[in-house]
Design a binder for this molecule. Structure first.
Ligand SMILES: Nc1ncnc2c1ncn2[C@@H]1O[C@H](COP(=O)(O)OP(=O)(O)OP(=O)(O)O)[C@@H](O)[C@H]1O
Length: 233
């Protein structure tokens, strides 16, 4: 039996714009298999980030069903959803989203503390060493390069060992060398911990490493490619 970790059924997302409701995503039906690496691509404004937010429980569907690890996310209240995200989902954003008043170590340890881990700081140290930042633990985000900040964000997302790791253009703000390093770390996390990886990207080399790529256009799924089919081309 295929192990579906995340499933969307006929999902719509409508947001309130200045001139009234705006349809952002329409009739999205999609299953993600455990351990899969899924890329979301498409033109600017096609709804990639919005879809990622829906999948991560950071945005609520207007209609349709979103379920993850057997839980119907549309039925959870805000507190239950936040707990679910903390336990099972890790998110990395293009602009890092680190807390500026916290050191690298505090940024990584805080979600672990919130999740009730007694050894939060020890684990945070290990995660920072794993991304090559053992020498930057006491630095604040403003004292680090973009590549270093993104490595902290990755360590933070990975530390609670989420089953689903979501990344929104994780290499978008980085130069080629730093982008490559982040890409290796992301896929390494998947390999080491078996996380399911879902990422939005404009970078063809990143999409090329995914098992499957879904193309969005105007808020709908316009097509998908599988790695096996691409390899055969
Ligand atoms: N809060 C909001 N209210 C109204 N419209 C929104 C809101 N957030 C996003 N949109 C619109 O929804 C559409 C999809 O946005 P989204 O950020 O998901 O696209 P994207 O494919 O990730 O784009 P990009 O590649 O430029 O990041 C866009 O037209 C955007 O303007």
């Amino acid at each position: 039996m295929t192990d579906i970790i995340l499933s969307l059924k006929d999902t719509d997302l409508t947001l309130q714009g200045n001139a009234g409701p705006v349809g952002i995503l329409r009739a999205i039906t999609l299953d993600v298999t455990r351990g899969e690496t899924l890329g979301l691509v498409g033109p600017s404004g096609s709804g990639k980030s919005s879809l990622l937010m829906l999948m991560g429980g950071l945005e609520r569907a207007t209609s349709g069903q979103v379920s993850a690890l057997g839980h119907d996310l549309t039925a959870l209240n805000e507190d239950a959803l936040a707990r679910f995200r903390r336990s099972h989902m890790g998110v990395v954003f293009q602009s890092f989203h680190l807390i500026p008043t916290m050191t690298a170590l505090e940024n990584v340890a805080t979600p672990l503390e919130l999740a009730g881990k007694r050894d939060a700081f020890e684990r945070a140290e290990e995660e920072l060493r794993a991304v090559g930042l053992g020498h930057r633990m006491d630095h604040y985000p403003a004292q680090m390069s973009g590549g270093e900040q993104q490595r902290v964000a990755l360590a933070r997302a990975a530390a609670p060992r989420p089953q689903i790791l979501l990344a929104d253009e994780p290499t978008g703000n980085l130069d080629g060398v730093n982008g490559q390093a982040i890409m290796e770390l992301l896929f390494g996390l998947r390999d080491r911990h078996g996380a399911t990886l879902i990422l939005v990207t404009h970078a063809p080399e990143l999409a090329a490493r995914c098992n499957r790529v879904i193309r969005l256009a105007d808020g709908r799924i316009a097509g998908e490619d599988h790695a096996t089919a691409r390899a055969a081309e």
